[in-house]
Write a new protein. Structure first.
Length: 453
């Protein structure tokens, strides 16, 4: 190879490494882990302390921040990088002897797994600390699930399930998600995603894109029953955040009368949940079948009036939600928009109304699946539903930055522990950036830390 004279003043590998360590410092400084680490130290008691708890815990966090795919990769980096060893709390001059062996690090991971409640305590404290510096955290919520593949092999039969085979994952099972839509040319499309592993169910703040609660289940677990328990846990653990909650967006997997009713009545949160198409071959239904007037509605929540002269259906003008009555108010489209209607005079004469036009009120209880405090047919509902995409961006960070696109995790306990560690790193990074006056970077797990001038 031809030799090239070195002209650079800086070694850019060192610059990149320094940036990584700055991000790690930010996370470690914001991590409220003293109680958890003290618990682990008490658990160890007076046994051997070749590799102290605190540096080993910091090393575990560094593996997530620095995006190592395995413990072996992390330990190799610790062996090479004296500055990283020193930052974690190991002897920087000790070399390989200063850091835990693979077996010792594995035992430490088992210790952490045994105290996952303590990890959840760190998660809860981070949410509360973020709520103190972000006064509107939790006002706009979204719930969704994400499939996570297992590294283990599926169990093929009952006999193999009894074998002690570390290549298999006896906790995981198969999950399926089906996505449907329509192309621009009007043709329908369908995509089926099937995986062997687990599911993480999350409630997320859609403004700051921060997780506020989560639960890990097998992949086959249905999404719909998970929504209300997530909100009830939020109320129990983070009452200040819960009290701010105003609306919650979710896709049609969470469409149920119970979810829509209880969110509004029990939790005072406006549900913004898409509807499943259950009315096969039935485009509309009569709104008030016992009245002489003819009004209809469809499964997307659109209220329609039927012209008494021509029979033409027109969308009615939404005039607001009346919280004291629990009703949605609609006006005659001819009066509201100036639409020409041949049957308007006859309609108004029968109802004895003036220039304001006919007004009808639809109680939410008429059909809880269809009628919600934010009317489905309005731009406000569309904007609120669009905020649900914040969960997808959080899911993307979990995959691409926090290491769940490629991993070596088997078993529900390990998956729960690793996901909890990933989410507390996400929250600690956000809190650290806010404290460092870098709130514009609070969502980023990889952007360099700006140093003070």
């Amino acid at each position: 190879m031809a030799k090239i004279a070195q002209r650079h003043l800086f070694d850019w590998r060192q610059v990149e490494a320094a940036g990584d360590l700055d991000r790690l410092r930010l996370v470690l400084s914001a991590m409220p882990d003293e109680e958890f680490v003290s618990l682990l130290e008490r658990r160890r008691g007076h046994g051997r302390d070749d590799y102290p708890i605190r540096p080993t815990w910091n090393a575990l966090l560094s593996g997530i921040v620095l995006q190592h795919k395995s413990a072996a990769s992390l330990l190799r980096e610790m062996w090479r990088n004296a500055e990283l060893r020193e930052l974690c709390g190991f002897d920087p001059a000790g070399g390989a002897a200063a850091i835990p062996s693979a077996d010792a690090f594995g035992r430490f991971l088992e210790l952490v797994m045994d105290h996952r409640d303590g990890l959840l305590g760190i998660f809860d404290r981070l949410v509360d600390e973020l709520a103190q510096v972000l006064p509107d955290l939790g006002r706009k919520l979204a719930v969704d699930s994400k499939g996570i593949r297992s590294h283990g092999r599926p169990v093929r039969d009952v006999e193999k399930q009894k074998e002690d085979d570390r290549r298999r994952d006896t906790d995981a099972d198969w999950g399926t998600k089906t996505y449907r839509g329509t192309h621009k040319d009007g043709t329908a499309w369908e995509k089926v995603f099937r995986w062997f592993g687990y599911k993480i169910h999350m409630v997320v703040d859609t403004v700051y894109e921060m997780p506020l609660g989560f639960r890990v289940t097998k992949a086959s677990k249905n999404d719909c029953p998970e929504l209300l328990p997530l909100i009830e846990t939020l109320r129990e653990k983070h009452p200040a955040v819960y009290d701010r909650s105003d609306e919650l967006a979710a896709d049609k997997a969470y469409d149920s009368i119970e979810n829509l009713r209880d969110l509004h009545e029990d939790h005072h949160i406006k549900p913004v949940i898409d509807t499943r198409q259950l009315w096969q071959g039935e485009p509309t239904r009569t709104l008030f079948p016992n009245r002489a007037d003819s009004f209809a509605y469809n499964e997307k929540g659109q209220v329609l009036c039927v012209c008494p002269a021509t029979g033409e259906m027109r969308p009615m003008f939404f005039a607001g939600f009346e919280s004291d009555r629990g009703t949605l108010k609609y006006r005659c489209p001819a009066a509201a928009w100036g639409v020409d209607c041949r049957g308007r005079k006859d309609c108004e004469r029968r109802a004895s109304v003036g220039a304001f036009g006919r007004v009808i009120r639809v109680p939410l209880d008429f059909d809880r699946r269809i009628f919600t405090p934010i009317a489905r047919s309005t731009p406000k509902w569309e904007r609120a539903y669009d905020r649900r995409t914040a969960v997808e961006r959080v899911n993307s960070r979990i995959d691409q930055v926090l290491g769940f696109e490629e991993h070596f995790i088997r078993g529900l306990a390990k998956m729960e522990t690793r996901l909890t560690l990933a989410l507390i790193v996400m929250l600690a990074m956000a809190l650290g950036r806010i404290r460092a006056d870098q709130q514009d970077l609070m969502r980023s797990l990889t952007a360099p830390v700006r140093r003070a001038a």
